[in-house]
Design a protein around this ligand. Sequence first.
Ligand code: BES
Ligand code: MN
Ligand code: MN
Length: 467
Amino acid sequence: MEKILNYIDSKKDEHLAQLIEFLKFPSISSDSNYINGMKDCANWLVEQIKSIGFKNVGTRKNVATIKQDDGTIIEREGHPIVYGEWLEAGPDAKTILVYGHYDVQPVDPINLWHSKPFEPEIRDGRLYGRGTADDKGQLFCHIKSLEAYMKVYGKLPVNVKLLFEGEEEAESSLDEFIAKNQDLLKCDYVVISDTEWFAEGVPSICYGLRGIAYVEVKVTGQNRDLHSGTFGGAVDNPLQVLAWMITQLKDKYGRVTVPEFYDDVVPLTEEERKEFAKLPFDDEEYRKDLEVGALSGEIGYTTLERVWCRPSLDVHGIIGGYTGEGAKTVISTTASAKISTRLVPHQNPEKISRDLANYLRKIAPPTVKVEVTELHYGSPVLLDMKGKGITAAIDALKEAFGKEVVFMREGGSIPIVSVFKEVLKAPSVLMGLGLPKDNIHSPNESLKLENFFGGIRASALFFNNMK
Ligand code: BES
Ligand code: MN
Ligand code: MN
């Protein structure tokens, strides 16, 4: 191990320079203008993986089947999946699948960035740029640790399969690829570095992720835009109807009002509540950091419990009416909103989005027509906190960073984790390397360099611990 770790430490400049190359590809999966950025990025990853001596390396086509409202099925080709494997550790050795995503979030609002999102810059021990923490920087740690083994010993301590997708941030079709390629992807454990630590200096293993159900609701009133002087007072205003409907989705106790919403929620155990209470978390500090007057949420739960273990509902955008300069007196024909719910075990995302859609239709007044489109789903997961994979990750983080490791849950979602569990029957280990201050999905996303370099070491130790 010593040799490997020394090798890794001697290559810091090279690792950083290569990560910067990786970050320069504008791989925004949700925007079709970046299709070339996606392809070039996938091909660059392929070359990286080939160069360290992996076999069967290449991009794989990902074809998603989409069932339309009328029952017909159409096919959509997704962004390339990058795959590679090294299986020469023998049949008795464990097989580890490394998952990550090379796609990134859009960069807007662009004017708030202090340096260009795809021209990474180092400031104060951090590397700034889109994708630094989510997830290019984190997944790259694994590639570099595997490279170190191949360069130093010409072999790995375990069998390794690499699976990097380009659709995690958009509508992923990786689940269909996994269902069709179960033999190819067969493994004992999945390791994923795409989460963050509880706090700086507190390495963490995440054992729970929330799921997600996302809908778009469109409210349509009269057949044309109207003069609000001639018609105001005679018809309902679709914008105001939508605004009212949105306010009906939560009650004054911060609870979601959709019928049956909480029916399947697994209650928090007393033991878990006690464990969370031990973590160094301060509501007042959290409030100050966000500069809000007060925190808000479901009554009866602490902040950590609310974001980790309780479902929530948020509106992401409201579209409609006149938003240009000056005054225009119009009653718009339509208004729409994007709404999602974060889900916890054992809520079913498909049922929840159906229930939410039905509830929106039900509460709408007869003055408007309501259409709801269900955008995407991801199942929540709770992972086993025992087993070789978890122990290997704890020991690896502890040794790489010289700090005690804590267990935590996470309010965000990595939808594919439940597919690994259900379809591949493989437990996932969430060995995150990010920090709460990384600003993922926001302007000025960054990765602490210490976590990047330490992450490569942690990854190397993890593979060795899995021997
Ligand atoms: N890496 C994140 C998930 C995450 C967020 C982990 C915060 C730890 C802390 C992932 O890339 C992500 O953004 N997931 C999306 C999924 C959605 C688009 C289906 C999310 O949570 O919004
Ligand atoms: Mn991510
Ligand atoms: Mn993300």
